[in-house]
Design a protein around this ligand. Structure first.
Ligand code: HEM
Length: 393
């Protein structure tokens, strides 16, 4: 029995999954896990089992059923409020998902891609003007995804700095629970006002598009929140950690510099290799036989994304970063009906930002020894607090 989901990464291998997961995957890929609230549930660590759990409708994502494995998290949640579809099952989840998928049109994605290019160039210009060293998290990794979410939701230019400030406060680590509460209230109020504006004067953005459906104001506000919560810190950490991984793997960096055309494959491999989300949870709605064991109704199963993405049965030599490998089939965006709704947008952001950064700054390097980069060890999403970089020759 493992007590608590392993979260400690090896100090000398900051990109590797938390310690203990590889042994579990090799010996007991479906093992018992004691959750912080005392619940005795399960932990799935192999690629096959993770995908099986996530694609089986006998496992529920409902908030009120699940026990959370993350340190400090307690179970016993209430049902998800209207619009928080991440923690719902069919048919409620299906309804929201359909309405939202209908908004991620080819046309909107094309427009967003152009905007990602413009936003990225603006931030690289500012970085160049500032001169090195700069903190890449502050200069690029956080503001670019924040601006992209603004584009998606249609936040007017004049309000963006205020919105971005509140939104980033939600993910800051040096704030008290009270300050997080205030940031939460500020973001909610902001989105509420935004919804009212979009209802009165619909524009070209996704939120305006959703006002033309039968969704209520409360649902729209909560959906705005879900998109922000799911799309900002994840993408920001993938950018920062992706750059850190490239700068510490010179031969991989050289390959991407030589041929930016491999960016699509490189991004898939970075998503697999870095697996910034530790996992997700489902709860058995009925007794389920899995991997020769019986999961009883009401028991929660945590699926480990980092363990699945480093499974040697699925990815040969899994602990090597190899930008040219076929990394498709990774579960960095989850799997099944809750698979990441924003994955195409996240891919576009990574495929634009990484090559643009390397092209603009051919001598880009860390401004401190790699072992001095402070990893985020106390947050759900894996990443770095700061990434000081420089480019002067
Ligand atoms: C590299 C960046 C990202 C990563 C690694 C990531 C990862 C994930 C994962 C693993 C899930 C599945 C969670 C589960 O099954 O419980 C998920 C769901 C989701 N993601 Fe992402 N995500 C990223 C970026 C984004 C962006 C940019 C957006 C939106 C703009 C977004 C919106 C969502 C939403 C709405 C869901 C819930 C889908 C549902 O429950 O049906 N994500 N994401």
């Amino acid at each position: 029995m493992t007590a608590g989901l392993p979260t400690r990464r090896p100090a000398d291998r900051p990109f590797d999954p938390p310690e203990g997961l590889a042994e579990l995957r090799a010996q007991r890929p479906l093992s018992r896990l004691r959750y912080p609230d005392g619940h005795v549930g399960w932990l799935a660590t192999s690629h096959t089992l993770v995908r099986e759990v996530l694609s089986d409708s006998r496992f529920s994502a409902r908030a009120e059923l699940r026990h959370l494995p993350f340190p400090g998290a307690l179970g016993g949640n209430e049902p998800a409020p209207p619009g928080i579809f991440t923690a719902m099952d069919a048919p409620e989840h299906t309804r929201y998902r359909r309405l939202l998928t209908g908004q991620f049109t080819v046309r909107r994605m094309r427009q967003l891609t152009e905007q990602v290019e413009v936003i990225t160039a603006e931030h690289l210009d500012a970085m160049e003007r500032h001169g090195g060293p700069v903190d890449l998290v502050d200069a690029v990794a956080q503001p670019v995804p924040a601006q992209v979410i603004c584009e998606l939701l249609g936040v007017p230019y004049a309000d963006r700095a205020r919105f971005q400030g509140h939104a980033l406060d939600l993910f800051r680590l040096d704030t008290s629970p009270q300050q997080v509460g205030q940031a939460y209230a500020a973001v909610q109020q902001f989105i509420r006002e935004l919804v009212a504006t979009k209802r009165a004067e619909p524009a070209e953005d996704l939120l305006s598009g959703l006002t033309a459906t039968d969704l209520s104001d409360e649902e729209l506000v909560n959906i705005g929140f879900v998109l922000l919560g799911a799309g900002l810190d994840t993408t920001a950490n993938m950018i920062a950690l992706g750059v850190f991984a490239l700068l510490t793997h010179p031969e991989q960096l050289a390959a991407l510099r030589r041929d930016p055309g491999i960016a699509d494959r490189a991004v898939e491999e970075l998503l697999r290799y870095l697996s910034v989300i530790p996992g997700t949870v489902r709860t058995a709605l009925e007794d389920v036989e899995l991997h020769g064991q019986r999961i009883a109704a009401g028991e929660s199963v945590t699926v480990s994304v980092p363990a699945a993405n480093r499974d040697p049965a699925r990815f040969p030599d899994p602990d090597t970063l190899d930008l040219l490998r076929p990394a498709g089939g990774h579960v960095a965006f989850g799997h099944g009906v809750h698979q990441c709704l924003g994955q195409q947008l996240a891919r576009v952001e990574l495929q634009v930002v990484l090559p643009a950064l390397l092209t603009r700054f051919p001598a880009l390097r860390l401004a401190l020894p790699a072992e001095d980069v402070v990893m985020r060890t106390d947050t759900l999403i894996h990443g770095v607090h700061e990434l000081p970089v420089t480019w002067q020759v």
